[in-house]
Design a protein around this ligand. Structure first.
Ligand code: ASP
Length: 414
């Protein structure tokens, strides 16, 4: 086993050790200590990852576009990936609603009508689809980078990657520069990833120490409902994707994606998990240029776990407010949660902010998000794990759809 292959094992050991330390801290009443001394270690690690997110997405996508060599191929890969993302996210919504309705019908979601005061949550106003669309197009290169607005960064990568291709020989220097910068980023990523067991340990210990009581409390059922949805979607949709489209056994898919899944679970950020998911996808045999293009796109717009969470949370909050959703309202949930998931940034906690959009579409008071704020991190870990698995599944499927034969572990062009 070489150093890279040991990473999943190291991360898993760190996760188990973190839970153990967290449980001890929780019961010994040292949660404050864990928050003060362990969490900062995890924060440092996540800061380093955040530092990499913009350059990795930008250079990875430009690299993907340049290695595809022509704009037509970029178009087909983009359209295929987007079709996969949208279809699986819509299925995720249906699965989320299915489990949430089961729980509601079983009477496991409370009806708190009359007892709900002003739940503490200050929603960010949703400004409408037009302004969301307009804001995807950046007016300033640097402000897009500085604010890490990933949809804008993707647009910049598409425009610049496409233009370097179109410039042909005269753009040669830029092509070489993008390649050289990409190589440097890869080394930096390797270094930061090698620190991941430490980050995973620190975060797990902190979360278990501080959220232990909440897991045991009344919100347990709604978190369980979301996790059933995550599990069902992963087993159903990604197993089928792996078997039918990517030509590999589900067991191999999940084994190969394991490091990225554990990493996403602990960091709760698809964008931060990008370097690891790229390694996993390539080790599973995804074409290099497809993985380089599809994974950053997926980490920004493909959020099946988030969609499930938003559906479950919507039904739960509606139930607390004494509302039962009709079939037509559920259709609205599927449509808005799919869009909200696309608009969710691949960072921790973003899915809860976009939940406001779904609630608003149904006329449910957005302030009721306050009911589940305390456990958002628990939802977030599972949904990010699923989000990242979906990105890897898509990279493998699109690699296959682009044609070519797999030689050993790598695809070659037909
Ligand atoms: N944390 C999720 C992700 O990065 C987004 C969310 O909050 O739903 O994939």
């Amino acid at each position: 086993m070489n150093g890279k292959n040991k990473l999943p094992l190291r991360i898993l050991t760190a996760l188990a050790a973190g839970v153990l330390v967290g449980v001890v801290c929780h019961f010994a009443g040292w949660s404050g200590w864990a928050a003060a001394y362990l969490k900062p270690l995890g924060d440092i690690f996540v800061n380093l990852l955040k530092l990499l997110v913009v350059p990795v997405v930008l250079l990875s996508m430009i690299d993907g576009i340049l290695s595809m060599g022509d704009l037509k191929q970029v178009g087909t890969v983009g359209v295929r990936a987007a079709a996969y993302f949208l279809a699986t996210t819509a299925i995720a919504c249906v699965i989320g609603l299915f489990f949430a309705s089961l729980f509601q019908n079983a009477g496991w979601f409370p009806d708190l009508q009359g007892q709900l005061g002003e739940a503490e949550y200050e929603p960010i106003p949703f400004e409408g689809f037009q302004s969301v669309l307009v804001n995807i197009f950046p007016s300033n290169l640097w402000s897009a980078f500085a604010s890490a607005n990933m949809l804008q960064v993707i647009v910049i990568a598409l425009l610049f990657g496409g233009s370097i291709l179109a410039a042909g020989e005269r753009g040669e220097l830029c092509r070489d520069m993008a390649g050289a910068l990409g190589a440097v980023m890869e080394k930096l990523m390797e270094f930061v990833i090698s620190l991941s067991p430490l980050g995973v340990f620190a975060y797990m210990a902190w979360i278990t120490a501080t959220q232990g009581a909440v897991i045991l409390g009344s919100l347990f059922l709604v978190v369980l409902c979301a996790y059933l949805g995550y599990g069902a979607h992963g087993l159903l949709v990604y197993s089928l994707s792996a078997r039918l489209f990517a030509g590999m056994s589900p067991a191999r898919f999940f084994r190969g994606s394991f490091a990225a899944m554990v990493f996403a679970f602990t960091s709760a950020s698809s964008a931060a998990a990008l370097p690891v998911s790229r390694q996993c996808a390539q080790a599973l045999g995804a074409r290099e240029e497809v993985a380089a293009f599809v994974l950053p796109l997926g980490a920004t717009i493909n959020m099946d776990g988030t969609a499930i969470y938003q559906c479950v949370a919507t039904v739960f909050i509606a139930s607390c407010a004494g509302i039962r959703l009709s079939l037509a309202q559920m259709a609205v949930v599927v449509a808005t949660a799919t869009l909200a998931a696309v608009g969710t940034a691949g960072v921790s906690g973003a899915g809860m902010i976009m939940l406001a959009m779904v609630l608003e579409a149904l006329g449910i008071p957005v302030a009721y998000i306050g009911l589940i704020v305390a456990v958002d991190r628990l939802f977030d870990m599972g949904r990010t794990c699923l989000n990242v698995s979906g990105d890897i599944a898509c990279a493998l499927c699109v690699s296959r759809w682009q044609g070519g034969k797999r030689r050993g572990l790598h695809w070659t062009r037909a």
